[in-house]
Design a protein around this ligand. Structure first.
Ligand SMILES: [Fe+2]
Length: 300
């Protein structure tokens, strides 16, 4: 069966300095501001109404991940599977008025996922302004104390497919209907359920050079990369944004079209030392990258 979700819909973050976080996303990533109210900002990098959503809060945390489905009936199927698995349905009212239909589910380690009908394509495809101007927001890598259980439950409820995992499930990468090697990743963390990073898709390798230079102009640096991941075959570079989130920028991710694809099982090496899986160009991750963690927001 086709995955129930087609692609990443949005990433929603809680941030303590909303204006500062918005300015950072505009200046560095080059996202376009769609709407800024007293307590919420919507940003996008293309025609989609919102991709990066920021809420004013006491501290930075992962609020929710949106996954876009092409079929409204799949929203009902996700709700059915979530109830069957004993998960809490947080809401069946869409989080944004522009979304027609959705269900929001809380997973056991605190991840909140909204499966929703497509975000309207009501923004200009291109826009003026500073920063890199990525193509779209493409994936998020979550953390869990028990990544095998969390990943398997998400595959069961959301219909994601396993593309690749490490032998002990320390890392797992799951794809949606668009075939990208991963739309959601899962990594083992002693900190428990949270977000390791979210990722923009860049158009060109020249964008990575500009990213380094834009960060340098602000007396900031990349925390890892550029390099090429073995898992996903994607080019990457990471920085930490003003709100304290780890932001990946990626290009050329592997597309898996084969419906019968057998997941790869790989050995990451001790402390992610296997270059062939971690970074085929050789530089191993920084301590800052390895230890990065943002918690899930606590549901009211
Ligand atoms: Fe990533």
């Amino acid at each position: 069966m086709e995955p129930l979700v087609h692609r990443l819909g949005y990433v929603a973050l809680n941030v303590s300095d909303l204006e500062g976080a918005v300015e950072d996303a505009q200046l560095i990533a080059g996202a376009s501001l769609v709407e800024l109210t007293a307590d919420r900002a919507l940003l996008t990098s293309n025609a989609r109404h919102a991709e990066l959503i920021m809420h004013r809060a006491d501290h930075s945390s992962l609020r929710a991940i949106g996954l876009e489905t092409l079929d409204p009936a799949h929203v009902d199927e996700v709700a059915r599977r979530a109830r069957e698995a004993g998960l809490r349905i947080v809401s069946e009212t869409p989080s944004l008025p522009v979304i027609e239909k959705s269900v929001t589910v809380a997973f056991p380690e605190g991840h909140v996922i909204e499966v929703h009908t497509p975000m309207p394509r009501d923004r200009p495809r291109r826009y003026a302004g500073p920063g890199i101007h990525p193509r779209y927001l493409d994936h998020a890598n979550l953390t869990a104390a028990d990544p095998a259980a969390s990943a398997q439950l998400m595959m069961q409820v959301l219909g994601l497919k396993l593309s690749e995992r490490t032998e002990g499930w320390e890392l797992a990468w799951m794809r949606a209907g668009d075939g990208r090697h991963h739309t959601l990743g899962m990594a083992k963390s002693a900190d428990g359920g949270g977000l390791h990073h979210y990722s923009w898709e860049f158009a060109d390798f020249a964008d990575f050079k500009r990213l380094g230079d834009v960060l340098d102009a602000q007396d900031r640096t990349l925390v890892w990369g550029p390099g090429r991941h073995g898992a996903g075959d994607n080019i990457f570079a990471y920085y930490v944004d003003a709100a304290g989130f780890l932001v990946e920028n990626t290009a050329e991710m592997e597309i898996i079209a084969d419906p019968h694809f057998q997941p790869r099982i790989v050995d990451p090496g001790e402390n992610l030392s296997n270059f062939k899986v971690v970074n085929r160009w050789g530089q191993l991750p920084s301590r800052e990258w390895m230890g990065h963690f943002n918690a899930c927001a606590v549901l009211g």
